[in-house]
Design a protein around this ligand. Structure first.
Ligand SMILES: NC(=O)c1ccc[n+]([C@@H]2O[C@H](COP(=O)([O-])OP(=O)(O)OC[C@H]3O[C@@H](n4cnc5c(N)ncnc54)[C@H](O)[C@@H]3O)[C@@H](O)[C@H]2O)c1
Length: 263
């Protein structure tokens, strides 16, 4: 009997290439994930929303030594395709994809779900859910040696969380999309995960009313009695990109100190 020697790919991401979508600043969940991927040796392509956002994201992309740094607003026709074309030219393949974006217009997000208008509903679903399907569609042919796709979700998809409103509906659709896509691309060795962090004080979270109360509740109710950090989310997400996690797919992975198991 001998203890096996793990290859680097089982315990690290050396030589792996990933696309990171969703860094707005150094509080973004995508930044926590990007740091963890990079710490394990992966090479990263990073996008920023627009010129105004670029100043905050560029220094972070430099820290990550990202060889690809491009604008990406999923509402701008052709930009998403442009990112994947560049990856095809520069890398010829992709090993993982992180989709960490969501958006809902204030008038849709701040009202009751029953009152949401068509435009607000479609915009919410477009940016928060369909953009993941679009990315998965474009990533699939580049994941020639298998790969991992990630998207960020939240517990408000499963339970009615006060003030989460229409975003809860979008996240429920997103989690279902993860299951379907996981089934579709699984035979090619591509895994798909929804990551469900506990509440984190990010820019996106600042759009949710009474968010501080959500944080207080999470801390007092979670079995670990702790709030989640972007580095906690990053470490667990990066683990799922390793070969060692190659038979885990289609799930919602809670990184919430166990909050979701408590009544
Ligand atoms: N913060 C939390 O408590 C929490 C908890 C669970 C899940 N999430 C999810 O995590 C993900 C990341 O959010 P975050 O909390 O890190 O906030 P964040 O504000 O740092 O990130 C949101 C990102 O979405 C991007 N985005 C918005 N509209 C876009 C568009 N049209 N095209 C391209 N990008 C666009 C923004 O540029 C930004 O980078 C979201 O899906 C969010 O719903 C957040």
């Amino acid at each position: 009997m001998t203890i096996p020697v793990y290859p680097d790919t089982k315990v690290a991401l050396k030589g792996k290439k990933g696309l990171i979508v969703g860094i707005a600043n150094d509080q973004s969940i995508a930044w926590g994930c990007a740091k963890a991927f990079r710490a394990l040796g992966a090479e990263l392509a990073v996008t920023y929303l627009n010129e105004r956002a670029k100043q905050y994201v560029e220094p972070l992309a430099k820290v990550l030594e990202a060889p690809i740094f491009m604008p990406l607003d999923v509402n701008v026709a052709g930009q998403l395709e442009g990112v994947f074309e560049r990856i095809q030219i520069e890398w010829g393949q992709l090993d993982f994809l992180l989709h960490s974006i969501a958006f809902s217009p204030k008038e849709a997000l701040h009202g009751r779900v029953i009152d949401v208008g068509r435009d607000g509903f479609l915009k919410t679903m477009d940016v928060s859910c369909w953009s993941f399907l679009r990315m998965a569609h474009l990533a699939e042919p580049l994941m020639k040696n298998g790969g991992t796709m990630f998207t960020m979700t939240y517990y408000g998809s499963q339970m009615v969380v006060e003030n989460y409103n229409i975003m809860g509906v979008a996240k429920a659709a997103l989690e279902a999309a993860v299951r379907y896509v996981a089934a579709e691309v699984g035979p090619k060795g591509i895994r798909v995960h929804a990551i469900s962090p506990g509440p984190l004080a990010t820019r996106a979270a600042s759009g949710i009313p009474e968010f501080d109360e959500l944080l207080d509740k999470a801390q007092s109710k979670a079995p670990t009695r702790s709030l989640v950090s972007i580095d906690d989310v990053g470490a667990a997400t990066a683990f799922l990109a390793l070969d060692g996690a190659k038979l885990i797919t289609g799930d919602v992975m809670y990184i919430d100190g166990g909050y979701h198991i408590i009544d």
